[in-house]
Design a binder for this molecule. Structure first.
Ligand code: IPR
Ligand code: MG
Ligand code: MG
Ligand code: MG
Length: 141
């Protein structure tokens, strides 16, 4: 059997003060029942920003702005025989009062804002690794 090829995911830190939007995944793929950032597979021809805006709209109904590249990580999910290069971007709400909706309830238990200094557990391991390494997704104050 041929080894599956690595895929690209675009993952979005939607920041609101010192909070980020997280949801507990209901995934047949990777990260089932782990708290993770919204985002998804880069589709043919998309820029990172287009993918971020599309996935966030699809998953939460939110409109985001000022999408900026932050970092990239290489994630091998050996048990699930999956390999993802994850492109992390930061974004802001176009309307700071817009509320997230759980538009894909079969893939996510619901979205909520969490303080970066008090994140829920268990975190999806690629995010947990970044947190443990001291990653800071927020703009320089
Ligand atoms: C695991 C992640 C880095 C890339 C895939 O994200 P996802 O499973 O949320 O993908 P979709 O939102 O496209 O279904
Ligand atoms: Mg998606
Ligand atoms: Mg997708
Ligand atoms: Mg997704």
């Amino acid at each position: 059997m041929e080894a599956p090829v690595p895929r690209v995911g675009v993952v979005v830190f939607i920041v609101k003060g010192k909070m980020v939007l997280l949801g507990r995944r209901r995934s047949t793929g990777v990260g089932d029942s782990k708290f993770a950032l919204p985002g998804g597979h880069l589709e043919f021809g998309e820029s990172f920003e287009e993918c971020a805006a599309r996935e966030i709209k699809e998953e939460t109904g939110l409109d985001i702005d000022k999408i900026e590249f932050l970092t990239v990580t290489n994630n091998l999910f050996l048990e699930e025989t999956k390999h993802y290069v994850a492109i992390y971007v930061r974004a802001f709400l176009r309307d700071p009062h817009q509320l997230p909706q759980n538009l894909e309830p079969t893939k996510c238990e619901g979205w909520d804002w969490y303080d970066w200094d008090n994140l829920p557990k268990p975190l999806f391991w690629p995010l947990e690794k970044m947190v443990l390494e001291g990653f800071n997704p927020f703009p320089n104050a």
